[in-house]
Design a protein around this ligand. Structure first.
Ligand SMILES: Cc1cc2nc3c(=O)[nH]c(=O)nc-3n(C[C@H](O)[C@H](O)[C@H](O)COP(=O)(O)OP(=O)(O)OC[C@H]3O[C@@H](n4cnc5c(N)ncnc54)[C@H](O)[C@@H]3O)c2cc1C
Length: 391
C-alpha cells in the first residue's frame, strides 16, 4: 500500500489520481487543490478527435462520459482580412474546463480519492510523509520550484501577449480571425464549447502590443479594444472575463522529470502553447503514462518514474518542436498577413511540420483545391511573381 500526495486538481492531477485509485484501491490517494470546488480559470478547451482516441486508452468509459458534455465539429475556419477560408477534414471537440474537472472529480470520488479543495500548498515539507509526491500544479508549480535545481527547470517568457475570454454565442467551427489596422495585427481564436457559449482567446505580437498602445492600457481597456476591433465577429457582444488577465506565455521545461520521490505531470513539467491546442490532452496523457508505469512496476517507484520518462519524453519532445514552430509562426504574424487568404491558410496549416502538403491534400481536399485554384489564378495574373508570396 502506498500513500500518494498530489498537488493540483487540474486535468493531470485528477486523471492520475483516478486511474491509480481505480487500479490500486489499497493505495491512499490525496489531492490538494488551492481553488474551491467548482471554481477554475478560463472557459472551454479543445480536444481533437485524435486526442480523444489517445485518452480512451486510459479509460474509455470516462472518455464517453466526457464526450456527452462536448461540442463537436469538423472543419476549421480562418478569417483573413475579412475573407473566410474553410479547412475541411479535421474533427474537433471542445468541453468547458469546469465540466471536464467536474467529471474527473466525480470519477475520483466514486473510486475513493480524497480531494481537499481550498487547500493551497506553500511548503512541500508539509507533504513529505508520503511514498510519492506528484507535482501537477500547473505552469507556476510550487512543487517544481522547490526542486528547481535538482530538476533542471528553465522558464522563458515568450514574446506574444494573450488573454482568455468567453462570449455568449456558439460559433459553428473552430475559427481563427485575423485583423490588421494601423496598430498592428490582432488575432482571435474562437470556438464553441457549449450550445450557447464559446471561448475567445485574444492574441497580439509584441510589436502590436507596443504600437497599438496596449502595453499602457488596463485589462479592461484591452478587452474593450478587442470588442471594438472584433465587433462584427462578436456581433456586438461583450467579451466575458474569468481572471482574464493579459500576459505572455510562460514556457517551462525540465531536464529531469523526477527527483527522489517527486514527479511532475502536465503543465508543471512542460507548458504546451495554446496555438497547438494540446495542453489538456498532453497533461492527461502524462497521467496515463505514469499510471501505466506503476501497473508495470508496482511499488518500485524509481523504475516506474524511469519508465514514465522513457515513454513520454520522445513524444513530448516532438510536440515541443511542433509548438516551437507554431510559436514562431504567431510571432511573425505581421509578415504573414501580407499573403493572400488561401496562401495564408496553407502556411498556417503547415506551420508545425506535423501536417505535410501531401497530408493536407489527402485530408482536406476541398481546401486544397481552393488553394491550388488561387495559386493558378495569381500565377496567370502575374507570371513573374512567386504565387505563394504576398499579393
Ligand atoms: C489561453 C489558454 C488557452 C488554452 N487552450 C487550450 C485548448 O484549447 N486545449 C487544450 O488542451 N489546452 C488548452 N490550454 C492549456 C491547458 O489549460 C493546460 O495545458 C492544462 O490545463 C494543463 O493541465 P494541468 O493539470 O497540468 O495544469 P492546470 O490545468 O493548470 O491545473 C493545475 C491545478 O493546480 C492548482 N494549483 C496550483 N498551484 C497550487 C498549489 N500551490 N496548491 C494547490 N493547488 C495548486 C491550480 O489551481 C489548478 O487547479 C489553454 C491554456 C490557456 C492559458
Amino acid at each position: 500500500m502506498m500513500k500518494i500526495n498530489i498537488v493540483g486538481a487540474g486535468p493531470a492531477g485528477l486523471f492520475f489520481a483516478y486511474l491509480m485509485k481505480k487500479d490500486f484501491p489499497a493505495h491512499r490517494v490525496i489531492v490538494f487543490e488551492q481553488n474551491p470546488v467548482d471554481a477554475t480559470f478560463g472557459f472551454g478547451v479543445v480536444l481533437s478527435e485524435r486526442a480523444l482516441r489517445f485518452l480512451s486508452v486510459g479509460d474509455g468509459q470516462l472518455v464517453d462520459r466526457l464526450s456527452q458534455r462536448m461540442e463537436q465539429w469538423s472543419d476549421q475556419h480562418l478569417v483573413h482580412r475579412g475573407e473566410r477560408v474553410v479547412i475541411d477534414g479535421s474533427s474537433y471537440a471542445a468541453i468547458e474546463r469546469l465540466s471536464l474537472l467536474q467529471e474527473l472529480g466525480s470519477a475520483c470520488a466514486e473510486v475513493g480519492v480524497e480531494v481537499h479543495f481550498s487547500h493551497r500548498i506553500d511548503a512541500i515539507d508539509d507533504l513529505s510523509d508520503c511514498d510519492i509526491l506528484v507535482g501537477s500544479d500547473g505552469a507556476n508549480s510550487v512543487v517544481r520550484d522547490q526542486f528547481a535545481d535538482a530538476l533542471g527547470t528553465r522558464v522563458t517568457d515568450l514574446r506574444n501577449y494573450f488573454a482568455w475570454y468567453g462570449v455568449d454565442c456558439a460559433y459553428p467551427a473552430h475559427t481563427l480571425t485575423f485583423k490588421s489596422d494601423g496598430g498592428g495585427v490582432f488575432c482571435g481564436h474562437h470556438y464553441r464549447y457549449t450550445p450557447t457559449r464559446s471561448t475567445f482567446v485574444a492574441e497580439v505580437d509584441s510589436d502590436t502590443w507596443q504600437r497599438s498602445g496596449m502595453y499602457a492600457m488596463s485589462n479592461d481597456e484591452r478587452r474593450r479594444l478587442f470588442e471594438d476591433l472584433f465587433r462584427d465577429t462578436l456581433d456586438g457582444r461583450e467579451l466575458l472575463t474569468n481572471r482574464s488577465a493579459w500576459r505572455r506565455w510562460r514556457l517551462v521545461t525540465n531536464d529531469r522529470w523526477s527527483f527522489r520521490n517527486v514527479v511532475l505531470l502536465g503543465d508543471a513539467l512542460r507548458t504546451a502553447h495554446p496555438s497547438i491546442g494540446s495542453g489538456t490532452r498532453l497533461a492527461m496523457e502524462d497521467a496515463i503514462s505514469l499510471w501505466r508505469a506503476f501497473t508495470d512496476h508496482s511499488e518500485n517507484i524509481g523504475a516506474a518514474f524511469a519508465a514514465y520518462e522513457r515513454e513520454r519524453r520522445p513524444i513530448r519532445n516532438r510536440m515541443n518542436e511542433a509548438a516551437d514552430r507554431s510559436i514562431d509562426w504567431y510571432e511573425r504574424l505581421p509578415e504573414k498577413m501580407a499573403l493572400s487568404a488561401y496562401a495564408f491558410a496553407y502556411d498556417y496549416a503547415l506551420r508545425t511540420g506535423i501536417v505535410t502538403a501531401r497530408r493536407l491534400a489527402a485530408e482536406s481536399p476541398r481546401f486544397y483545391s481552393g488553394y491550388a485554384e488561387e495559386i493558378a489564378r495569381l500565377a496567370s495574373a502575374s507570371p513573374s511573381k512567386n504565387p505563394s508570396a504576398a499579393v
